[in-house]
Design a protein around this ligand. Structure first.
Ligand code: ADP
Ligand code: MG
Length: 263
């Protein structure tokens, strides 16, 4: 009957922002102040599903604050942020539910020092997702294999190199089956010879189609892996575009001078 048959244009008439098609991240007119210091002064940008976006810019430009607003580790002063169509900035949003879909990897690895690598991965799965012991261990071993650390499951963080600890931290985030990964300078605390292994893991994640927002100073990574590069300075996005545009042929003098200082 006509009551059960869907209208032919039901899909076309679905409001934009229905969760199936919504961008991974949508940031509109975001402002953030700490007291009288305004560190984000009107940020607009979108990350599509499956996209890898690298954020570059000088220290103090607001990159970490931007990332932390996305999962509301910082409360935006004004503006709107949607993650997979859910309004993070809505005071009534189930923020824990939104956060479960977002993996975050920091400069400092933040592993539990008294737990083995395996236990670092199983604990949050059991506490947050309610997974059983066997299931959590199975997922943990799969994710440790993915970051090349199968043989380290019984090691404690202090027994691992910085690069290995960071790969455990990435595996821990992946064990939660995130739809989106945020990275805040994940290699900045590492000895130079350990950076490559971490970037290789991130590159393979990108190749698998993970949506990633990555704050980094690794220009060769941004050039080779990012779909889009965003340059921030002084709390605004100065320019964004393909890596070839923004890193290879920047149009703003602030971008040029930032890049020249990295050389
Ligand atoms: P970036 O990650 O680009 O280096 P941040 O987002 O960490 O920049 O910081 C931007 C500005 O905000 C800096 O001036 C910093 O000192 C300031 N800031 C960051 N967090 C806080 C805070 N919790 N309280 C006060 N000021 C802060
Ligand atoms: Mg930072």
């Amino acid at each position: 009957s006509s009551e059960t048959d869907p209208a032919p244009d039901v899909k076309a008439s679905r409001p934009t922002g229905a969760s199936g098609e919504a961008p991974a991240i949508e940031v509109r007119a975001l402002r953030k102040s700490f007291g009288s210091l305004e560190v984000l002064t009107g940020i607009d940008f979108t990350v599509a599903r499956g996209e890898v976006v690298c954020v570059i810019g000088p220290s103090g430009s607001g990159k970490s604050t931007l990332l932390r607003c996305v999962n509301r580790l910082e409360e935006p002063t004004s503006g709107t942020i949607l993650v997979a169509g859910a309004e993070v900035t809505d005071p009534d949003v189930d923020i824990d539910k939104v956060r479960r879909g977002i993996g975050m990897v920091f400069q400092s690895f933040n592993l539990f020092p008294h737990l083995t690598a395996l236990q670092n991965l199983t604990l949050p799965q059991r506490r947050v997702l309610g997974r059983g012991k066997e299931e959590a261990a199975r997922v943990a071993r799969e994710r440790l294999a993915r970051v090349g650390l199968t043989d380290k499951e019984s090691s404690y963080p202090a027994q691992l190199s910085g690069g290995q600890q960071q790969r455990v931290a990435i595996a821990r985030a992946l064990a939660m089956d995130p739809e989106l990964m945020l990275f805040d300078e994940p290699t900045s605390a590492l000895d130079p010879e350990l950076v490559g292994d971490v970037l290789a893991v991130m590159r393979s994640l990108a190749d698998e189609g993970m949506t990633m927002l990555v704050v980094t100073h690794e220009m060769s990574f941004a050039r080779e892996v990012a779909d889009r590069v965003v340059f921030m300075d002084g709390g605004v996005i100065v320019e964004e575009g393909s890596p070839a545009q923004v890193i290879g042929d920047p149009s703003h003098s602030r971008t040029k001078s930032f890049l020249s200082r990295l050389l």
